[in-house]
Design a protein around this ligand. Sequence first.
Ligand SMILES: Nc1ncnc2c1ncn2[C@@H]1O[C@H](COP(=O)(O)OP(=O)(O)OP(=O)(O)O)[C@@H](O)[C@H]1O
Ligand SMILES: [Mg+2]
Length: 495
Amino acid sequence: MISITNLEKTYGDRTLFADVSAQLNAGQRYGLVGANGSGKTTLLNILTGNLDASAGKVSLPRRLRLGVLRQDQFLYEDQKILHVALMGHQELWQVMVDKEKLLANAENHFDADRFSELEDLVQRYDGYSAEAGAAMILEGLGLPAEIHYEPLSTLSGGFKLRVLLAQVLAGDPDALLLDEPTNHLDILSIRWLETFLRDFVGPVVVISHDHRFLDNVCTDILDVDYQTVTEYSGNYTEFMLAKQRERDRREKEIAKREMEIAHHQKFVDRFRAKASKARQAQSKVRMIEKKADELVELPASSRRYSTFKFAQKRDSGREVLKLKGITKAFDDNEVLHGVDLVLQRGDRMAIMGPNGIGKSTLLKIIMGDLAADEGEVEWGYETHPGYFAQDHKEQFERPHRTAEAWIWDTCPEQSIGFVRGHMAMMLFSGDDVEKRLESLSGGEAARLVFSKLAIARPNVLVLDEPTNHLDLESIEALVEGLKSFPGTLIIVSHD
Ligand SMILES: Nc1ncnc2c1ncn2[C@@H]1O[C@H](COP(=O)(O)OP(=O)(O)OP(=O)(O)O)[C@@H](O)[C@H]1O
Ligand SMILES: [Mg+2]
């Protein structure tokens, strides 16, 4: 249905992937996996036609409707929820927007011909039932009719994502391309999505770092690694076994060749000096050269471990944080009612619960980014909190700047060596430090924000879903970093 031929993408002298060929068929669900920054989102953008490949091509049936969920999520903040869903049907949405404009300007000038033309188009696209259909999908996703005309910005991260999913589904797609759909979703919504995808008839390509989700959904895995994309059939667990076996086999093969070469080399060294055997040594040299040529070097895997290291400048006082009767409502929806809490130095608190229950709201209130309706937040003596927000990309105000400049701004008194050292721990090495903020992948952006956090050396870490976007290696490294952090920890996570 979708075919990919000899696809290649490079940035400067860096090859993300080359020689990629694959055929994506209906009824198959492909998990697109790989390390942070390996090129998953890039591949998806090439499939959707939003980005040009460096070589090769992608062919799609001409009338194929693609349903695309992007990793960059919160773009429609001021739009009404139902409208965001309707935008999934692009042609219809454009007509509706044009009609709205024409009506808004009707007092000065009313173009009756154009109006009836637009009306015809609405009919043709079955506009009125599309609206009802979008509303139904929203309800199915747990968004009741009463809120369909509220702006998207009134929703929690998990619910925003459901609206974007509704947008994808409302467009009645023939194929689905989803970039990390489970970030921000609670367990129940993830289970809902799994069932939905299993019932979908067209091909599905889904990027995720969530193994359980991939195991439950995928029939095939596309692995972005070793500067190419390799297809494996089966779910994630099967893929991991197969990949390890394949690598072991190739490494053994190479080890065997290397031993042979070493053996012949010894002979050459020993007899080169002796004239009588010189001719024999010559032929060995040629043989060694030939073998060495055959010895394909394995390209390095893009899976790498970062180092999360959180040191605190100094201890905080014994009592770290006290919440007294925190209450918060959005209009008539009271999300927090009388939260009381005392945290002592060294406590490690996890905040859990379904989407929309008020976890991020509580953290924002704690951090002073949002005012409570009632109640008090009291930070203890010598507390220095460091905050990792759910929408952490909002900190990248000037997206043209480089990652290094952004970090250096937070500690201008430090040397460049200090800045680069910290960035290297988060796997920004060499030219990576010069990357612009806007071109960072989801996981790279998260790692950069963690660099900044580590440099500030806080004694209280306040983390809102820190594992979203991170690949498995980074999550493990984060866990290690948090285990050895001596301070106090407040963490929201679905993991
Ligand atoms: N315009 C650009 N110039 C240079 N490098 C770029 C540009 N755009 C993206 N990149 C780099 O290409 C690599 C692949 O990015 P991509 O977003 O595809 O990664 P990803 O596999 O989706 O990672 P993640 O799991 O973190 O989302 C990253 O290292 C990114 O920094
Ligand atoms: Mg990505």
